[in-house]
Design a binder for this molecule. Structure first.
Ligand SMILES: *Cc1c(COP(=O)(O)O)cnc(C)c1O
Length: 238
């Protein structure tokens, strides 16, 4: 695992250097879904601080186990999976970031349920940049109104956008999808100059180079760090 993590960090710095970007502006989110707390702690010992999870219950249990056993600097936890409205309270009470907000109702619940003693929940809007090929995410044309409404919610802080483009091996298609998300963020920044929209969550194990070339500030990497997930465990519970 440590070797894998080092190799991913090396891929990130090469990809950044190839487009003359400073890799200091890039965050690596280690996607630990389906892996246990032992793997999280091994990554933490190797210097990894940010972890991503898809399923709320799994995230909350793993966070508690990790907190009890990790003496080092705080770990940061990001929810990246689809959000059902009956799961918003657990997210609001435990997570640091949410990448997968794609409708106002979910954002309103998260804001209402975010405890006052915690810092605002850091929020990304998930965008569907692949059209019919994807079901989740707001349509790009819905973004201006959605962003404005989400930015007004008191216990959330809107930070940017996230996308999971339809998988493809074609680097040009990968880059075109990531460029669509970057363009969405550029337009939002013009529309909402007072918000510091600074985060573009895009790129995974198979396409992080394309994402970094198109301006990603946060890559979400599971398989390349922790290894293959078993098929059963990788399928979301109904
Ligand atoms: C599982 C997952 C990832 C990580 O994917 P890998 O291909 O294993 O790197 C990234 N983002 C989201 C939203 C995921 O669900």
């Amino acid at each position: 695992m440590q070797g894998n993590l080092a190799a991913v960090i090396e891929r990130i710095s090469r990809a950044a250097a190839a487009v003359s970007r400073d890799s200091a502006g890039l965050t690596l989110l280690a996607v630990s879904k389906t892996f246990g707390v032992a793997e999280v702690l091994a990554a933490a010992r190797a210097g990894q601080r940010c972890f991503g999870e898809n399923y709320v219950q799994e995230a909350v249990e793993k966070m508690a186990q990790a907190a009890a056993r990790w003496p080092g600097p705080p770990l940061q936890w990001h929810m990246i999976g689809p959000i059902q409205s009956n799961k918003t309270r657990a997210i609001a009470e435990h997570l640091d970031w949410v990448h997968s907000v794609d409708r106002l109702k979910i954002a309103q619940r998260l804001s209402e349920q975010r405890p006052d003693h915690l810092p605002p929940l850091q929020v990304l809007l998930q965008v569907n940049v692949s059209g019919e090929a994807s079901k989740s995410g707001a349509a790009p044309e819905e973004l201006p109104a959605l962003a404005l409404a989400v930015a007004a919610l008191p216990r959330l802080r809107l930070r940017g956008l996230m996308a999971i483009p339809a998988p493809t091996d074609d680097v040009l298609l990968q880059r075109a999808a990531f460029a669509r998300l970057r363009t969405c963020l550029e337009q939002l920044r013009l529309q909402l100059p007072d918000l510091s929209l600074d985060t573009l969550s895009m790129g995974m194990s198979a396409d992080l180079e394309s994402a970094i070339a198109e301006g990603s500030t946060l890559v979400r990497v599971g398989t390349a760090i922790f290894g293959a997930r078993s098929r059963a465990a990788a399928t979301p519970a109904p």
